[in-house]
Design a protein around this ligand. Structure first.
Ligand code: MN
Length: 714
């Protein structure tokens, strides 16, 4: 177990500032609150934060990071509170410790491998201080080093999570030594059989291989000395996990994996690197497609090096990396290299802002061949436009920044969104417009009878939520318009003695719908409800169609025909106006066949008079309108007549029977006796037109003792 003094010594090697005492204070505090706790290994719990702090010191991190490392488990595992940490160690330590605590509280282990990328992004997004992630990696590294104390089932779960999440994060941040150790440890527990097989196979020819390493190393060194280049040559075995990966990817048997040894040449300057590359290629034949210039084109995480593979002295493939000391340092510690202390000199406080290293990357952007791709990488890694939240089942959902529980609900399912009435975040009720934060556990409360609200459009962020809400509103509006349109149509059709439902079943409907530019009759009816077209427009089209097919018995004529029997259509056509109320002047009682004229009256439609009616002649000519008899209608009109005759028995009966013989009806009759036995009889009879009237009058004249018959003006 590492001791605090060992850590202080490590820090003293690179840190010359005077606030290193925060480490000792953190140690004392951590020891006090963890007192009595024991790890599975049987060691005091304190050994764990100490080891973590030791790893952070190896990464040459600042004293605040190391203090936070010593305290990383106290809030989660002891009675210590965030407030207490802040009062003793300040807001920075509190912020980092709480960041680590939050990450530990995430239910990541329940997630499956397909979620791995989301989880990685979420972890990077959640840690607004990169030191949180560095501590988390150190924490995981030590947990992996002590994994043997867990039961096998737990070992596998932790190892898989380590491989999927933490090794990948270490790789992304360019901290290769952590990546490699995490992978190696995970591999050992996940696939123990393969791991041991590879160990055995590597060990088998170890003496021979060690000789090979020595030989190649000597050859390179000799050549470099001859060229006057000072360098360090390292020959090493590749990791078991990377050998295993290579076997899997290329489907190779172990014997076929040649390049299990790699060499690294470390120099002072970049020109020397290219010079050495040339020398190596002159010594051994390079495999062209294996050459990679990561100096000219660094990886997004700042990794720089020249990679080449050559056919070595014994005909074997030899992989060689060439880089400067500085590049080697970055390659080993990645992002931590930008965070750590250089040669005992403290990084400028301002520069050490959270993403100082990214600043560095952005400034060097011109060095990248594909700046878009580079920016995309950086953005995804550490400037996410996304938030990552959990379902109550621990599934991760990624949403745009500013997304609300409503967005989340629609992402789960349209139905959930539509019926969403409220939301709980981390167990507490929140308003629907609450902005989700990475790490939130979101639970949506639904109710069957609940519907989306127009107001939601003011705060939702996802396209899906927006379009689903709009769609719902549209459907609502359409339903309303549809029922209104239907009502209007039924009314209008009734007015014309037609049945709207019969119309809907007719053959003409499809054509009319298309002529108005709609796909379905529903759309047409809804547009009437919206007020875009009127029912009368439809009736006209329908009537026109029925007219075209006059000879056939179209449904229109059928409907209209039936209706006519019931109650005849208006007997007068008013030019240019279809649907207008027509009344007849009581003064002149026009009958079809009479010359007529119409007058527009205020509020009562058109009144029809005979052209020679005195009342008509008195009317304002500006209100006059041309009208004509509709010959198709079989309406009857009242006419008052006077029959003058000598009185005799049975006269009235004779007149009445004559009238009815001519098909006219008598509405009223009245008789007055004048002097000299002359009788005036007044009848109001109902006739269809002037022809019928004239025939009737002529017939009456022929009756015995009838003197004269007159149609009365009034
Ligand atoms: Mn821990």
């Amino acid at each position: 177990m590492i001791r605090i003094n060992d850590i202080m010594d490590k820090v003293a090697e690179y840190f010359a500032g005077d606030n290193a005492d925060i480490i000792e204070r953190a140690y004392v505090y951590s020891a006090r609150v963890h007192d009595g706790q024991v790890r599975l290994s049987g060691e005091p719990y304190l050994s764990h934060p100490l080891e973590v702090a030791g790893i952070l010191a190896d990464m040459k991190l600042d004293p605040v990071s190391i203090a936070a490392g010593l305290l990383h488990d106290v809030v989660e595992d002891t009675h210590a509170s965030a407030e207490e940490i802040e009062s003793i160690f300040g807001p920075e330590v509190r912020h980092i410790v709480m960041g680590v605590t939050k990450l530990s509280a995430m239910p990541v282990s329940s997630a499956q491998a397909r979620q791995a990328e989301n989880i990685r992004q979420m972890i990077l997004a959640m840690a607004d201080d990169i030191r949180v992630i560095l501590i988390k990696l150190a924490d995981r590294l030590h947990n992996m080093r002590t994994l043997q104390f867990h039961v096998p089932r737990k070992q596998k779960v932790i190892a898989q999570e380590t491989l999927d999440i933490y090794a990948a994060i270490a790789a992304r941040l360019g901290i290769y030594w952590i990546k490699s150790e995490l992978e190696e440890g995970a591999f050992r527990y996940i696939n123990t059989e393969s791991y041991e097989k590879i160990i055995g196979l590597v060990a088998k020819n170890k003496t021979e291989r060690d000789k090979f390493i020595k030989k190649v190393k000597a050859l390179i060194e000799e050549k470099m000395i001859a060229e006057g280049l000072e360098c360090e040559v390292i020959g090493r075995y590749k990791s078991n996990y990377s050998i295993y990966q290579k076997m899997l990817q290329q489907n190779l048997a172990f014997e076929e994996v040649y390049d299990i040894i790699a060499f690294r040449i470390i120099l002072d300057t970049i020109p020397q690197c290219y010079e050495v590359l040339g020398i190596i290629h002159s010594m051994w034949k390079p495999i062209a497609k294996k050459f990679k210039d990561y100096i000219g084109v660094p990886k997004p995480n700042m990794y720089q090096s020249l990679h080449t593979t050559v056919i070595g002295p014994m005909g074997e493939r030899v992989e060689i990396q060439i880089r400067t000391k500085e590049m080697d340092r970055v390659a080993q510690s990645g992002i931590a290299a930008h965070w750590s202390y250089k040669e005992g000199r403290q990084v400028d406080e301002n520069v050490s802002s959270t993403y100082a290293w990214i600043q560095n990357l952005v400034e060097n952007q011109e060095n990248f061949h594909d700046p878009d791709e580079f920016m995309e990488n950086v953005r995804i890694d550490l400037f996410p436009d996304e938030v990552y939240v959990f379902t109550p089942q621990g599934e991760i959902k990624s949403l745009p920044k500013g997304a609300t529980p409503v967005d989340f609900a629609f992402m789960i399912h349209t139905e959930v969104g539509n019926q969403c009435t409220g939301a709980k975040v981390n167990g507490r009720m929140v308003p629907l417009k609450y902005e989700l934060v990475t790490g939130d556990i979101v639970e949506i409360i639904t109710s069957k009878n609940h519907n989306p609200s127009k107001d939601w459009l003011n705060f939702v962020k996802t396209v899906k939520a927006r379009s689903r809400i709009r769609q719902w509103i549209k459907t609502q509006d359409k339903e309303r318009s549809l029922s209104l349109g239907r009502e209007m149509c039924e009314k209008a059709f009734r007015k014309y003695r037609m049945n709207f439902n019969t119309f809907l079943k007719s053959d003409e409907v499809g054509e009319i719908v298309a002529e108005f530019g709609f796909k379905t009759a529903e759309d047409l009816i809804a547009s009437i409800g919206y007020g875009k077209i009127t029912p009368l427009q439809i009736i006209r089209r329908f009537a026109a169609k029925a007219g075209e097919e006059e000879n056939k018995e179209s449904i229109f004529t059928k409907i209209v025909g039936q209706v006519r029997k019931k109650r005849p259509k208006a007997g007068v056509m008013v030019k240019g106006i279809d649907d207008i109320l027509v009344r007849f002047g009581k003064c002149c009682q026009p009958v079809p066949g009479d010359a007529i004229t119409g007058y527009i009256t205020r509020g009562y439609g058109v009144t029809v008079h005979r052209s020679n009616c005195v009342n008509a002649l008195k009317m304002n000519p500006e209100r006059q309108i041309d009208v004509d008899w509709n010959r198709e209608t079989k309406e009857s009109y009242p006419v008052k007549i006077r029959v003058r005759s000598y009185d005799r028995v049975g006269l009235l009966a004779d007149i009445a029977s004559t009238i009815s013989q001519k098909g006219a009806n008598i509405l009223s009759a009245e008789t007055t006796t004048r002097e000299s036995k002359v009788v005036d009889s007044y009848f109001t009879i109902v006739v269809a037109d002037t022809d019928q009237l004239n025939e009737t009058l002529t017939a009456i004249k022929k009756i015995n003792l009838v003197q004269e018959v007159h149609r009365l003006r009034r």
